[in-house]
Structure formats: C-alpha cells, structure tokens
Design a protein around this ligand. Structure first.
Ligand SMILES: Nc1nc2c(ncn2[C@@H]2O[C@H](COP(=O)(O)OP(=O)(O)OP(=O)(O)O)[C@@H](O)[C@H]2O)c(=O)[nH]1
Ligand SMILES: [Mg+2]
Length: 358
C-alpha cells in the first residue's frame, strides 16, 4: 500500500567538550591547586510532533541534522558551555525507526499527539577537568577526560496518511480521471478496465489551510468477493474514510450496459465485504455526462436515481471536461472538515469485531 510518505535522515548529537588541565597561578599563592573545568554537554536531537505539518517532504531535502559539540572546559574553574539541543518538527502520525545498521529496523517512537517530544540522539556529557581529580594525596592532578561521544543514528521516518474520502466504482468509471482533476495525484488513466492496480492518494486543496485527502482504488466488479477482477481486498483502504463517492459511468460505451445494474452490483459487493463500510455515508456521482446531449442529462440522471430508489446526495459531473467539480469538492470539504480535528477512525485490524479480510 503506497499511502506512505517516507524519508531517511541522519541525526547526530554533539560530543561532550573535553575537560581542562590548568592550575591556579597567583603571585602570593605558590602552589595554587588545579582549576581546570569540565567540558560542556553536546547538544541532543529531539523530534517534536506538530499538527501544523502534514508531510515529511522537508526531510527529503534536509537529510543531515547535527547538534553542536559542547565547549571545552577552561582554566579558572570555568566549565565549558553546553550546546543547545536541536528540535525536528514532524507531523503527528510519524513513525520513527532506527535503521543505523542497514539491516534491521527498530521502531523508536510513533508521534501520536501534538507537542509530543522524543529524544532521537543524546548529546555526550562533558569530560572532567583536573579539578575533579584533586584528592588529599594528589594535589596537583594532571588528568582530564575527553568528552563522551554524542549518539549518531540513521532514522527512517514514515507517515501514514489517512484518506478522508474514498472513490468506489466499476473499472473505467473515471475514478482516476476524477482524482487527477481535483487533486495533486497523477495516476495512470486509460480506456481499459483495471488500469489502477494499487490505491492512489491525492490532496485536494480547497483554499488556504483547507484541504482533504482522496483515495482512488482499483475498480470493483460483480463477483469481486469471489475473486472476480482484482477481488475486493482493496476495499479495506476505504474503511477509515469518512465518506465514499460511488462513481457511476452515466454513458456506457456499450449500449447493453445499464448503469443502474452496475451501480447495484457495486453496492452489493460493498455490503458483502463489510456491512459497516456499506453503512458509511455514500454519495452517488454520475460521470461522463459530456457524452450525453445537454438536454437529456437531467432526465437521464433522474431516471437512474428513481430506479435505484436512491435518497442520498447525487452529483452529475464530467471528470474529463472538468464540469461540475467545484460544487462536488465544496460539498465534500464541508462534510469532512467536521471530522478533521477528531482522532482518526481506528484501524479495523484493532477492532475485535471486525471481519478478517487479510
Ligand atoms: N468522455 C469522458 N470520458 C471519461 C470521463 N472520465 C473518464 N473518462 C475516460 O474513461 C476511461 C477510464 O478512465 P479512468 O479514470 O482510468 O477510470 P477508472 O475508474 O480509474 O478505471 P480503473 O482504474 O480501471 O478502475 C479513460 O479513457 C478516461 O479518459 C468523462 O468525464 N468523460
Ligand atoms: Mg483508475
């Protein structure tokens, strides 16, 4: 499933500064004791979850994040200064794994809440200056220790984007054409069935700070639950959406094909797959109306709706001609915006009662 935004970064914390060897030298104090200070701590690297960030794209460009080393200790009892930590802001929902050894991947943390902080690489402590080694038997120690090394790691960041809206329909209905017309997704589009083989996600920008995510999935056909076509396992990608758009080809090329029969078949497959998915808010979207003479469009859509006994929202569009898309996009945004500040719907795999569809 390619609903994942990913980046690989290198982080390194600062090393601790070295301790210092130095002795007090003053005119009337012949054997001034040791006064070399400790080194400062190196800066650490932290991740911070920020709900105002929604992609990992910045981390594809800026890949190295190094905190500075601590300062060395100095004479006259002066400790070296610690270096500031650095903070990497990431979207809520980012999973951070350590992939330093190139083979295994160990999940360090999943950022779940705005403001959550996670230590990624710890800065090294400063070394000891010679004043640290003074004892009753050794009054002029010449020892010091170097600073401790800071941690360095190679990290994998993964963001699982959740779609607000899912597209559903027969192959060739124009699902990919629609997502390409309204979002930043550029899926493959062709005039043969099963062009789409894996889900595509697209972000639809409605205005500044106003957007939603659409999922385009492979087409469904009658018998999908028995494995016909590409089967129906792709429907699981729609389970966490807030709205389904059922795209129906209103002007099938083959005159023997009845859009009403096709629409009913899709609904039956949906119900077979998961009654909960079937119960989700669903809108009917008749597509390819550019293929119907203008004066017949309204009557034709009315007839389909009547025969389907459909009571819910209906839209008539041409994804290809980009006709009727504005009202559709606005209505979708209005519906999904209400949910965008809520916690995401749980993954059905974590619900005991959910059917197991692999
Ligand atoms: N005339 C017309 N053709 C359209 C419209 N929308 C899509 N098409 C055409 O219909 C064909 C199928 O479009 P796709 O967007 O690939 O259909 P799909 O539903 O994604 O199909 P699958 O991925 O196979 O399930 C392409 O040749 C499109 O150009 C439309 O509004 N009007
Ligand atoms: Mg497609």
């Amino acid at each position: 499933m390619k609903f994942v935004d990913e980046a690989l970064i290198d982080v390194s914390a600062g090393h601790g500064g070295a301790g210092c060897v130095s002795f007090r030298r003053e005119k009337f104090i012949p054997f001034g004791g040791p006064n070399g200070g400790d080194g400062g701590r190196g800066g650490s690297v932290w991740a911070i979850a920020d709900r105002n960030i929604n992609t990992l794209i910045d981390y594809r460009y800026a890949r190295r994040h190094d905190a500075k080393n601590g300062e060395q200790g100095r004479g006259s009892d002066q400790f070296g200064a610690a270096s500031p930590d650095i903070e990497l802001r990431m979207p809520v929902g980012t999973i951070i794994s350590d992939v330093s050894d190139g083979e295994t991947s160990v999940v360090l943390v999943e950022l779940l809440e705005h403001g959550q902080r996670a230590l990624l690489a710890k800065g090294g402590d400063g070394g000891f200056g010679n004043m640290h080694f003074k004892t009753s038997t050794n009054r002029s120690p010449r020892q010091k220790t170097p600073g401790w090394p800071g941690e360095a790691k190679k990290l994998q960041l993964e963001l699982r984007v959740l779609a607000d809206v899912g597209l559903l329909g027969m192959p060739n209905a124009g699902k990919s054409t629609l997502i390409a017309a309204i979002s930043n997704a550029r899926p493959k589009i062709a005039d043969y069935p099963f062009t789409t083989l894996h889900p595509n996600l697209g972000v639809v920008r409605v205005g500044p700070e106003r957007s939603f995510v659409v999922a385009d999935i492979p087409g469904l056909i009658e018998g999908a639950s028995e494995g016909a076509g590409l089967g129906h396992q792709f429907l699981r990608h729609l389970q966490r959406t807030r709205l389904l758009l059922h795209i129906v080809d209103a002007a099938p090329f083959d005159e023997g094909v009845d859009p009403v029969v096709q629409a009913r078949a899709i609904v039956a497959e949906l119900k077979k797959y998961d009654p909960k998915l079937h119960a989700k808010p669903r809108w009917l979207v008749f597509n390819k109306l550019d293929m119907v003479p203008a004066e017949e469009r309204e009557a034709r859509v009315k007839d389909y709706v009547r025969r389907l006994r459909w009571k819910g929202p209906v839209f008539s569009i041409s994804a290809l001609a980009r006709d009727g898309l504005q009202p559709l996009v606005e209505a979708i945004y209005k519906h999904v915006a209400a949910f965008q500040h809520e916690a995401p719907l749980p993954d059905p795999r974590f619900e005991a009662a959910a059917p197991d569809h692999g």
